[in-house]
Design a protein. Structure first.
Ligand SMILES: Cc1ncc(COP(=O)(O)O)c(C=O)c1O
Length: 365
């Protein structure tokens, strides 16, 4: 039995007819940029997140960068980023000429540690980016308190947690602005690159929309130099058609995570932990294993997909060597980078598949 990490072909099968219908309509009208699918998706996604507005952009990295830019982050500013996340979180900062300052993650939930944040050097800090990593919301209250105290802007990185909640509210509704990625493998994925910015500040969202469209005021007038980062109509249509399934797909991820918890109970592993007041949407099911190399070899031989992101935390990446961090600076991030293993967690996975993965893991740790 071959068990992939994620089977998008199977996930998309029931949607093929609707995709075809929407794409044919777009081809017939040639409305590839803007149009009703974009407007409808933006309205539906803002409603889904419980916020006033949404602006579709080309990808999640641009979404983060545009959030920071519209909140006034510029060259010379410092932005706090967790040491363990996808590099895009920090790239958004460096793209603006600002400097990331890393903090460690919480050992139980793997999201930004509010206690570490409280101890960070605040010199030059203008913003913080909590990342809802692997599908689990960050403990937002203490982070929002610190941000208020120090007058930091808050940009939520929601790329991995579409639909997760904190104290009953959807992620994306806590920060000054929030950035989503719809990279195909995300809980809500497009059929290529795509992203969005959501929030309640409609004035800032209007500026984001302008910046993402070359700073354009009208066809021939540009207020400021912007970029080209639009969500195109084909991607917006695919996202609009997939959005109604998101809650059900997330529920299936949660159910499969519960099955892992049951079947992996005898194994010598650290299983995921869900923090208080949160719902986790299991973008990844990440366990910690002492001898990861041995186990990944066995999984590969057994035709079982796995992931080991992120093997190098950001403070030890060559790209950020210029910041001068050392090994040992963020021990929790370093341990997860060394021991973290993502097991297949596909909304279409069957109980038999989860049991098979669990058996192979239990026999080999
Ligand atoms: C945590 C996080 N932030 C940002 C991004 C960037 O998104 P994109 O790949 O759409 O640019 C990703 C996506 O991979 C991510 O996982």
């Amino acid at each position: 039995m071959k068990i992939p990490m994620l089977d998008l072909t199977r996930l998309h099968k029931p949607l093929l007819h609707d995709f075809k219908k929407a794409f044919t309509e777009i081809m017939q009208t040639s409305q590839f940029i803007g149009g009703r699918y974009l407007a409808d998706f933006e309205t539906a996604f803002a409603k889904f997140c419980g916020v006033a507005g949404c602006v579709g952009v080309a990808n999640g990295t641009d979404a983060l960068m545009l959030c920071l830019r519209v909140l006034g982050i510029k060259s010379g500013d410092v932005v706090i980023v967790p040491a363990l996340t996808f590099i895009a979180t920090a790239e958004a900062v460096t793209l603006l000429g600002a400097t990331p300052r890393f903090v460690d993650i919480d050992p139980l939930t793997y999201t930004m540690d509010p206690m570490a944040l409280a101890k960070v050097d605040t010199q030059g800090v203008k913003a913080v980016i909590p990342v809802h990593l692997y599908g689990q919301p960050v403990d937002m209250d203490p982070i929002l308190d610190l941000a208020r105290k120090h007058h930091w802007a808050v940009v939520e990185d929601c790329a991995q947690a579409h639909g997760a909640t904190y104290r009953g509210k959807s992620i994306g509704s806590f920060g000054d602005l929030a950035a989503f990625s719809f990279y195909p493998g995300k809980n809500l994925g497009a059929l290529g690159d795509a992203g969005a910015i959501v929030g309640d500040d409609v004035e800032k969202l209007a500026i984001v929309r302008r910046l993402a469209n070359h700073g354009r005021l009208s066809q021939y007038e540009h207020l400021e130099p912007g970029i080209n980062s639009r969500l195109d109509a084909l991607q917006a249509a695919a996202l609009l058609l997939k959005l109604p399934y998101l809650q059900e797909w997330n529920a299936r991820r949660v159910k499969n995570a519960e099955l892992y918890e049951k079947y992996l109970a005898p194994a010598d592993l650290v299983l995921p932990h869900v923090g208080f007041h949160r719902t986790h949407v299991f973008h990844q099911y990440t366990v910690q294993v002492k001898n990861r190399q041995l186990l990944t070899g066995i999984l590969a031989d057994a035709n079982i997909g796995y992931g080991t992101n992120y093997r190098i935390p950001l403070h030890l990446q060559p790209a950020y060597a210029f910041l001068g961090y050392q090994k040992g600076d963020f021990p929790v991030s370093e341990q997860l980078a060394e021991r973290g293993l993502n097991l297949p967690l596909d909304p279409t996975a069957t109980e038999e598949q989860i049991r098979r993965v669990s058996e192979v893991v239990c026999q080999n740790v």
